[in-house]
Design a protein around this ligand. Sequence first.
Ligand SMILES: [Ca+2]
Ligand SMILES: [Ca+2]
Length: 511
Amino acid sequence: MCIFVAYATIAAAQNYPSHSVLATGTWYKMAFDRSGVCRIGSAEIAGLNGVDCSKIAVYGNGGGLMAQRNTNERTNDLRQVAISLHDQNGNGRMDAADYIEFYAEGGDVWVHNAQSGNMEHRRHPYARYNYYYLTTTANAPTKRISNGTAVSNDETEPINTYTSVALLDNDILNTHETGQIWVGEKFSVTAPTRSFILSLPGVASGTSLRLRAALASVSTSDARFDFAYNGSTHNVTCTESRPYAVFTKNYTASTANPTFNITYIPSESLAAGYLDFIEINATTPLSYRNGQTEMYNMQHIGAGNTAQFSIAGATTATRVWDVSRNDSIVEMHLTQSGATATFTNTTETVGHYVMFDGNSRITPATVTRLDNQDLHATQGGDLLIVAHPSFVTQAQELADLHLIYDGISTIIVTPEKVYNEFSSGKQDPMAIRELLRMYKKRAEAGDGNACNDAREKVVAEEGVQKDPEGGCQQQSPEKGGVGHHRIADGPERHRSTTVRLERRTKAWKWA
Ligand SMILES: [Ca+2]
Ligand SMILES: [Ca+2]
């Protein structure tokens, strides 16, 4: 058996910082189960009281599942997001009336499907909450929401509608036990028809609705769903081999509260049908409403394009943020003329805006003080144990045994610490893979991570002359390389134990 032991200090690969931002300073962790403009003051975090405004920063990587493809762009630590800081008396300190605002994303997100041209919801299959991290001791330059300026060109497009989205998606049953698809309302032979009403504030009669829905049937024969809206019926067939059907359909709205009727027509009495979700993109007049309104713009998209957006019914309290990029949010410059407010912006890509009044806010579901942590500063051992805090003691016993008998160095981490640094706090298995990927990348940068002397031509430890067929190259730690031992059966055991005694302090523990 060949066991590789890395014990030298390895230079960090360039694309991973040497330390997490969470390594130093004072931190608070905030959980969000929905997206929106969030306001935080000393009422939400008492520790904000009296702190230097210039030291406040918020970090977070946004909602949604981490990318699963290795080729996708990924964030290598928590990323700072832009905030708006309101120091009401201008004294540079956070007082009771002072607060910050930023745009928080929940675990679920909406993404633009370039093929269909519509926004589609992406439910996070593993996490209900997304997290943001607030520090009151920022060392790095702090990001603030910038104020937009008027932009225009000869062909600035007037725009007075936006795409709103609506969703009905209940997760009650995991029909095929994949953990990914959770269906909701049930249909049966005895209860074949159900009605669903969605709310599309501001949608007027006659505007277009683009619907995407998913249905599932559990039966050993074909089953049909009749999906009806406004006198139009669409047939959806599920079969035993293809029990899950996603379909799209375009309608013309008749009201702002469309009712969809679904009837399940199976071929057998014990069959069961389920609705997974109904999702709508609606062309909605751009008018101001109280609270917060999420708006997407898919009009006049193109390189160098600009548009002027007109908001009907606006008041002096109306504000609009361009939240297309969470780390560089821009507050749109509104020009008020009577009850209409306008702003201009580039429309090179699909835009995501939130329109709100100064009094509306979402608040975190929980706020907790977070201890410093720094998995980014750890170098890969031979073995990684991800252990729930309840089992860290047992994991350490296991690590000690491996060290004593096999010379294996172990890093013990809890899932939450991995999530904090690699998935913005969300429970996401990709975060654990990303931690391992960081170790791998650093090992590659540190001059190889594999035993390149399988026949032990080089003596690895002090004065131990070994069989020329055994051993492995050891690089000098001073050279920043990776040292490897081939721990073999028989006499080599003694060396393993020696390794253990010397390295006992090298079993990292991050409970
Ligand atoms: Ca103040
Ligand atoms: Ca569902």
